[in-house]
Design a protein around this ligand. Structure first.
Ligand SMILES: [Zn+2]
Length: 271
């Protein structure tokens, strides 16, 4: 690419990025004002196309292209991106399409809205067929893609699909370098792969795909342990930022907070 062309692209893209950031901030503020309605607003054509391209970038081993409201998988099959239905919060949890998974924008880093606005929880809406396609649609299919890694002295199983095992290893290498006072938060794990439905629901947990880890429960807070829904967190942002760097979202940024939980969701990290 010539220098001139690069410069031209930078000139075009910087204002574009800025305008995306502004709209993100606005949508979070709006959701705070109107706490009961987080129904996704329809994306503009430009934003829709941007989100489809993020899916292609996030899962290059599986997705050939994404356009015209469809995901084109490399095995020749397709999936609809937006089912066109208006959904309540419960519908978003129970029956999200792929668009719904990307409807709330995850903020990377230490500068995010604490506590999260009511029902704001990017990553908690999961379209099961989408994950089953890649990680496996049954316990045996998922298991055949697992490998064992050594998480600070504990053997745990994680998926090899999408290089998730390598991402876990990169996270470990970087966590190891953090000052000693941080290590108590992550050097014990409450588990990775566990093929199970989320308690009280008919939905599979992200742990079912071998893409999630729970770190030390002694320093963790979980909304199910305190149904007053008063947000709490003890996990330092230094730990969170290492996971985010390698494509993991943190359950501590969710209204239904789960601060021990990290899961590999590059589509929410890539901007
Ligand atoms: Zn978890």
């Amino acid at each position: 690419m010539t220098k001139k062309l690069k410069l031209l692209l930078i000139i075009i893209f910087i204002p574009l990025l800025f305008s995306f950031n502004c709209s993100e901030t606005k949508s979070v503020e709006q959701s705070k004002d109107n706490k009961t309605d987080l129904t996704p607003k329809k994306d503009s054509t430009k934003k829709l196309s941007n989100k489809l391209q993020i899916l292609v970038k996030a899962y290059p081993d599986f997705i050939e292209k994404a356009e015209n409201n469809k995901i084109y998988w490399k095995d020749g099959t397709t999936m609809v991106y937006d089912d066109g239905k208006n959904k309540t919060y419960d519908d978003l949890l129970e029956n999200p399409d792929i668009e719904d998974m990307l409807s709330q924008e995850y903020t990377i880093g230490a500068n995010w809205d604490v506590p999260p606005a009511k029902n704001f929880e990017p990553g908690r809406f999961r379209n099961e067929p989408f994950f089953e396609k890649m990680y496996g649609a049954s316990k045996s299919a998922v298991t055949s893609n697992l490998t064992t890694i050594n998480w600070f002295g504990t053997s745990v199983q994680v998926s090899t699909v999408n290089g998730v095992d390598e991402q876990f290893k990169s996270v470990m290498k970087e966590l190891e370098k953090l000052p000693a006072e941080f290590h108590k938060y992550f050097n014990k794990t409450a588990g990775t792969f566990n093929y199970r439905k989320i308690a009280g629901t008919d939905r599979y947990s992200a742990h079912s795909y071998g893409i999630a880890i729970d770190i030390n429960t002694s320093y963790s807070d979980y909304w199910q342990w305190d149904k007053s829904m008063t947000y709490k967190n003890k996990i330092p942002m230094e730990v969170v930022e290492v996971f985010e760097k390698y494509g993991f979202v943190w359950g501590g940024k969710w209204y239904h907070y789960d601060t021990m939980h990290f899961e590999f969701r590059p589509e929410l990290i890539i901007k």
